[in-house]
Design a protein around this ligand. Sequence first.
Ligand SMILES: Cc1ncc(COP(=O)(O)O)c(C=O)c1O
Length: 374
Amino acid sequence: MSYKAGQSATIPNAIFKAMGPPGSPSIERDLAATGIAATQIRRMNLNESPYPPSAQAIAAMQAACSTVNYYPDPKWRDLVAAISGETGIAENRIVLGNGSDELIVNAGKIALNPGDEMLVPVPSFPGYDKSAEINQAALVRVPVRQDGAPDVDAMAAAITDKTRIVYCATPNNPTGGLIGTAELERLSQAVPASALFIVDEAYYEFGRHAGGDDHLQMLQARQGPWVSFRTFSKAFGLAGIRVGYALCGSDDLANAFQQARSVFNVNAVAQAAALAALRDPDHTQWILTQTAEERRRLDAGLRRLGCRPFPSVGNFIAAATDRPTADIVAALAARGIMISRLMAPGYQDYLRITVSTADDTDALLAALSDILAA
Ligand SMILES: Cc1ncc(COP(=O)(O)O)c(C=O)c1O
């Protein structure tokens, strides 16, 4: 049998052949058609911070640039020491990732084999699905509660002897629901030691700001494997620099995350930025306070327009609408406003909007009002 140049029946692996390109081609197409300059686009689709990072982080990045002829510290020593100081987790149980996205991918490599089951709340972060798909594991989806928090009891009931990963995101993206420690403990106790319990805390700082619990003490008493993922992408305003971290429940698990990564996975500029951001808590608090105020305004505005938002504590709000969400997303994109919509089965009526600046909130609500009235 012969193949066209560059084509093969076996390479790449069929799983990868079946996957589409990352990103959202339709939004990108809609935006390109507007001709609006990239700097004028209102980015309310990726749960980024609309505010720049700490001035100290910017200065640290600039300083780090002058030594990028050298490879970065592959053990990220200064940053790990600082994270250990903040969290109380031993340094050898902290593993950094190129964003927590890398850790999500690596968790799949570490824990999943073909035919295994991975339990996720739905709707939740789509990155989980991909890690199951790549490892040929089956996704078991458990709908969130009415308050948008993962349904810990329904998840506990869905565990089988094939379950190898149980994901619980708190606050959950895209619904913004928060889990209390006592509830999370119920789920933790139901997850057998044969499965990895992953608490995705990408929005941890927002949850704490809203009065939520810190779960680490409870998790450290868990009998089976567990890991918490956190990130500098959200509350620290460093999404573009790509630093996330895993707080691991055992030396064995930390070692597995170490083996699964590439050696220089977090670059020197990123390490400097994250360290400086951690040392400037006032800036983080300022971002959290601004976000809470704009979230309140956005939630109220969406309700006035007849949308039905989940009560979020994150830097985003998911809201149901009676109009086709694809049309709304496209109409907003035509006005230079990017938002997203939920694709998860059962939640196609929902838009997800990142909490941004006051100016962005006003522009979004005015545009949405027009679109819904048309
Ligand atoms: C719940 C959740 N987990 C993980 C991530 C990945 O974040 P990052 O790779 O930027 O750390 C995101 C990003 O939006 C998220 O919403």
